[in-house]
Design a protein around this ligand. Sequence first.
Ligand code: MGD
Ligand code: MGD
Ligand code: MO
Length: 737
Amino acid sequence: MTNSLNDMIFSKSIFIMGANPAVNHPVGFSHFLKARENGAKMIVVDPRFTHTAAKADYFAQIRPGTDIAFMYGMLNIIFENGWEDKDFIRDRVYDMDSIKEEAKKWTPEVVEDVTGVKAEKLKEITEVYAKNSPGTFVWAMGLTQHTVGTSNTRLGPIVQLALGYAGKAGGGCNILRGHDNVQGASDMGCLSENLPGYYGLNETSWRHFANVWKVDYDWLVSRFVSKDMMHKSGFTLSRWWAGVLDGKDGNDKIHNANTNIKAFIVMGNGVTSTAQQAKVQEGLDNLELLVITDPFVNEAAVITNKQDNIFILPAATQFETSGTVVATNRSSQWRFKVSEPLFESKTDEYFLFELAKRLGFYDEYVRAMGDGKGNFVWPEDATIEIARGIKTIGYTGILPERLKKHTLNWDKFDHKTLKGFGECEGEYYGLPWPCWTQEHCGTPNLYDISKPVADGGTGFRNNFGLERDGVNLLAEDGSAPVDSYVNGGYPQITKANIESVLGITLTEEEKSVIGNSWTTDISGIIAKKCIEKGMVPYGNAKARARAWNFVDQIPLHREPLHSRRGDLVHKYPSFEDKVDHFRVDTKFKSVQLEKDYSKEFPINLITGRLVNLNGAGMENRASVYLSRLSPEMFCDINPNLAKKYDINNGDMIWVHSPEGTKIKVKARFTHSVNEVSVFLPFHFTGIMQGVDMTGNYPKGTRPYAVGESANTVANYGYDIFTQIPETKGGLCRIEKA
Ligand SMILES: Nc1nc2c(c(=O)[nH]1)N[C@H]1C(S)=C(S)[C@@H](COP(=O)(O)OP(=O)(O)OC[C@H]3O[C@@H](n4cnc5c(=O)[nH]c(N)nc54)[C@H](O)[C@@H]3O)O[C@H]1N2
Ligand SMILES: Nc1nc2c(c(=O)[nH]1)N[C@H]1C(S)=C(S)[C@@H](COP(=O)(O)OP(=O)(O)OC[C@H]3O[C@@H](n4cnc5c(=O)[nH]c(N)nc54)[C@H](O)[C@@H]3O)O[C@H]1N2
Ligand SMILES: [Mo]
């Protein structure tokens, strides 16, 4: 998220594409409503008429998986009418021309054919958004859970760049995250393709972390089968089961150091919430060892037929531990323990420390904390270690004492700007990263050059060289944060260029301790000198509208793997199949072009959330009150569609997937879905394709509500870049049960 929910009060328009915050972020949604009361125009683009749409000024009902076409349609109208911000594009954007060229193809009529949204509606929405400046662009899972999810999340910001809505209060991309600390979890390296702080899997990064962790680089190398594996992305949560099944029975082939996965440790994830549940079940059945640490009975242990070597360890909840969490807007917060862990439950760090001891690397694991000999204060010393090591996204200033002060002084921050006063004077709430130094205030809005760096200003990061085919990649002259020593573009700062770019001379002592680049400079000298000169350690560059390191250099519309518009699949085909995508071969075109699925599976399958249940749902279905609100699994269906199948409200129906899987659920009539789509919430499990597995719950733990999982019928399909499942694009067939 570049801005924050609070910042929305400065928006004149709010464009919500693929998010339903009225249901999924109900507290945060109050900021949307306040902005709207303040005069902001609210626009919703969603295949369903959602609770959020009900509060909007404009609503477009889009065919799932066609957001790229819609956004190019907007860009077409913007460029046709000259509504783009020409100065912003000239000074701060690389190659908007390629986007302009592609947008020409997407006339309102072509967009209407592909997306199902009337040309007039597209024009109206585009005009309202372009003329009510600044506008903020909001998205969540409706844009990401597609084979083209990454392209979607690139084109949204490009719309913002075109309109000059980036780097402004009231503008930016307000991307709504999921769990309370999901931002912090990805910052900390809970992704299989990078180290903490998004450091790439390469030798420079590993050497940096060897430094941070105070261990030998060679010792780290010795923990891997080979250096190749050390530099290779791991499996993802989406397809860990493919790693177990190892290509057998027609499953995708894996590339994993000549072995399959045999043991699986689950810590705070709902395994029953991922796509391809029939495969997940098969993966679980074929494990040698399954260990789950969870405050609840994680239902991965319930849906498997495996009889032995399943361990459920009782984890304490977040109320029984303390430490930092990072919110959707990059602000950190200190969480104080409410009570000691109850009964025999243990904190997550306890399990991790014990595991490290038993695997024989506990000493190395804790060496960077406290005195380096195992005497440390938890979790403060861990927070300090993070601040020391993570430069890429600016964690240096995010220290325990500063955060505790913020959490204890909520009343000393302005609700609109996040700016502190009184004892919090000069700091933004939660020190939103990047927080460059131990004194820096945090960065409330990314890429905002209207203020000095010392007050949270930044340009775009220089990460891809100084020029491309002779074209300048740095910001143009006159475009830099206020009070910058260099009033224009400059490269990221290194040991080699710091003196010439900043116009300073380092002392011999400084030279002896400074790191090679701002990303690895544990001494903090680069950041300190940069801020003194009003400059950003990562440089001041242009944002790339065309990114040459992606399969699609500019985002392109590609039909979902399973498309209702079989006729469009050949015009907008998916990607080539990808070998070794997070260690597993992944199919795109070969699935898409196998047949015209729309004949046999004529209904769009949309999945998503309910307000009373969360994620895999066990936490909430264990509550009698929350379960009463949705006591059983259901399928939202338009009465006119139901009529065709002789289905009445409340009838049981079978929903079938192209993979041959099926679920039995109750039909619920609603006009929020159109006549060619159904909606399934994904918060249920316990019943697998009609087979009741609930006998597997340990005694006394069966939740108040169980049911079939939507993910048993969610179709095959994964994003080309992140491997997120295509759970927002797919087809199904229904019949009365
Ligand atoms: N009550 C509750 N709140 C939650 C959660 C929960 O489970 N329950 N989960 C949390 C988590 S982990 C997350 S990630 C967030 C997710 O928050 P959201 O992304 O808002 O959640 P969803 O309901 O999955 O999807 C949002 C919308 O995308 C629409 N959509 C589907 N396909 C498309 C498409 O192709 N294009 C467009 N434009 N829209 C599409 C759906 O109809 C839906 O209304 O919510 C968080 N908050
Ligand atoms: N069809 C479909 N599928 C989807 C989605 C969709 O929109 N459609 N959305 C996807 C998204 S965005 C997400 S994030 C996932 C949902 O993500 P899940 O990972 O399924 O989310 P939760 O149900 O919150 O699961 C978290 C687990 O952690 C446990 N837990 C809670 N607190 C703690 C703790 O302190 N320590 C430990 N060890 N455990 C704890 C909970 O009891 C629970 O079992 O679902 C994904 N699946
Ligand atoms: Mo999520």
